[in-house]
Write a protein that binds this ligand. Structure first.
Ligand SMILES: Cc1cc2nc3c(=O)[nH]c(=O)nc-3n(C[C@H](O)[C@H](O)[C@H](O)COP(=O)(O)OP(=O)(O)OC[C@H]3O[C@@H](n4cnc5c(N)ncnc54)[C@H](O)[C@@H]3O)c2cc1C
Length: 504
């Protein structure tokens, strides 16, 4: 008899949340993580005494009564998180080269309309229409509001509507169209494919409320792992799963890199479905399914510069900055080579050390995986930002980091003199360390032209093998949490679970 009811491959947010839910429901759970650090994109790293987030810069929906607040109460972490509310009147600021205005995305639906109406006085009615549509679109996805529902998502209106066209149908003001979509690096928004529901679900959660995690998002991982262990769940690091073995129609065990075999009754993969198929030793899954999953495009990747700042030199700002060189936010990700970067985002972490000054700053610019072609066959498992792939790679990184800093310096003239040190990461860093296919920021890219193709069910053809994580429904803290509810709903019943969460 196997020791574990459920073996979970990967300790990303989805893996940990699934482990929590199933442990709470009495299952004996084991989580296997390939890296030393748990949490996947929840993890932080420290350089020059400054803390850097790797994949959680801010979180939405955390006010009382909102979806993530309620979910985090269920996970018993809400009252233990150290959070900082962002600027009510402009948590995100969108700007464009040659235009000194910083356009504001404000918290609260009315406030969102109000703040942007001050900047676009003729567009108040369009802004009201936009917000009405955002709310209406979210209503088509009841799980995102923790509403019980058995209806499959597939019948949903808005799956096949293009974001760029939808926003353009609300206002003819091109600047406003770009402002409304200006935070699209949050979902790697591509004008040629991103469906409007992706835009709506993501921006809605931040308009509801926006928070930073003080001293980083790893506190979510720490609290979840503590709670899982307290309920008898086990979590192992340095435990890379290299094979998932099926016999007589069910998965019997997984094999680790060192050859150890771990048996279980059920298995949940928190890693990319295509990678899961690569390590699955079975002929039960049809070739057509495997081919479909392998051929799905992943979302755009990014180049990231993490800057440690000299003490008391750079004032903390309670907003994120999204800046574009051109008035076309939807194509920014496709700009490569000498024209790069077309824009950037700046995230300023909130440190517990000071309210006035920032310890660090992160700059993110879209980057196509192909820009790293030369080094695609190199592999590095050294933790974030230390990946070494030879001098040419280092030179590439330095060149791109300097270009990005030059751009940001235009907005923050004091930046260069405040830099103590910096490090950078490329799409290859994310590919190798987190297991992100093609270094994609958010997993499989959704496409309005063929929406069903990009949906991954939590169930597979093998009855005791499941998926969870950002490739399921959507990425981000909210998307992954909803994914964990769907996955664990397969074990205990979705509506039963939603009731429990709502009663927490
Ligand atoms: C740069 C960046 C910025 C982001 N910013 C935000 C933000 O501000 N707000 C927000 O809500 N979301 C943000 N996100 C998205 C969010 O971080 C992710 O969607 C979410 O954390 C993904 O969770 P996951 O469960 O899919 O697991 P992942 O984080 O993908 O983790 C998967 C885990 O599986 C492990 N693993 C892989 N292969 C194996 C194997 N063979 N055996 C064992 N373990 C394995 C990996 O090491 C990793 O720990 C950001 C993402 C990125 C990349």
């Amino acid at each position: 008899m196997s020791q574990y009811d459920v073996v979970i491959i990967g300790s990303g947010l989805g893996g940990l949340e699934s482990a929590y839910i199933l442990s709470k429901e009495g299952y004996k759970v084991l989580v296997l993580e390939k890296n030393r650090q748990l949490g996947g994109s929840l993890q932080i790293f420290v350089r020059d005494k400054a803390i850097f987030d790797t994949g959680i810069h801010y979180i939405g929906g955390l006010d009382e009564g909102q979806n993530l607040n309620q979910s985090f109460k269920y996970f018993d972490i809400m009252d233990k998180l150290h959070l900082h509310k962002m600027d009510m009147d402009g948590f995100d600021l969108i700007s464009f080269e040659g235009d000194p205005t910083e356009y504001k995305h404000a918290q609260g639906y009315d406030n969102f309309v109000e703040q942007l109406s001050q900047q676009f006085p003729k567009e108040r009615e369009s802004l009201k229409t936009y917000i009405k549509h955002i709310q209406e679109i979210c209503d088509y996805f009841p799980l995102y509001q923790l509403k019980e529902d058995d209806a499959p998502m597939f019948g949903t209106k808005y799956l096949d509507v293009n974001s760029r066209d939808f926003i353009a149908s609300i206002t003819s003001d091109q600047k406003l169209q770009n402002v409304l979509a200006g935070s699209n690096p949050l979902y790697a928004g591509d004008g040629t494919k991103t469906p409007i529901y992706v835009h709506a679900l993501v921006v809605n959660t931040y308009i509801e409320s926006s928070y930073k995690c003080v001293d980083g998002g790893a506190q979510i991982e720490r609290l979840l792992t503590k709670n899982i262990r307290a309920m008898g769940g086990e979590i192992r690091n340095y435990a890379e799963v290299t094979k998932i073995v099926e016999k007589d129609g069910v998965v019997t065990h997984v094999e680790l890199k060192d050859g150890e075999k771990i048996e279980g009754k059920h298995f949940i993969s928190n890693i990319h479905p295509a990678t899961t198929m690569n390590i699955l030793d079975s002929n039960k899954i049809k070739k057509a399914y495997t081919n479909r999953v392998q051929s799905l495009e992943n979302s755009s990747s990014a180049f990231i510069v993490d800057i440690a700042l000299k003490p008391n030199t750079f004032e903390y700002r309670n907003s994120n900055y999204y800046h574009y060189k051109r008035n076309d936010v939807w194509s920014s990700m496709h700009v490569t080579g000498s024209a790069w970067p077309d824009g950037y985002c700046v995230f300023i972490p909130k440190s517990s050390r000071s309210d006035k000054y920032a310890d660090s700053l992160t700059i993110l610019g879209y980057m196509q995986y192909d820009e790293l072609k030369e080094w695609q066959n190199t592999f590095s498992t050294i933790p974030m930002h230390n990946d070494s792939r030879g001098q040419a790679y280092e030179d590439f990184k330095t060149n791109r980091a300097e270009r990005l800093i030059d751009e940001v310096q235009k907005k923050f003239p004091k930046l260069r003199s405040a830099i103590k040190s910096y490090s950078s990461s490329t799409p290859l860093t994310y590919r190798d360390y987190i297991g992100a296919r093609d270094g994609g920021l958010y997993g499989i890219a959704k496409d309005y032209r063929d929406p069903l193709k990009t949906f991954i069910s939590p169930k597979t053809k093998i009855p005791n093998l499941f998926f969870t994580g950002q490739n399921l429904n959507m990425h981000g803290v909210l998307g992954v949490t909803v994914g964990a509810i769907r996955t664990c709903g397969e074990f205990v019943g979705q509506n039963y679970l939603i009731k429990k969460i709502n009663n927490a």
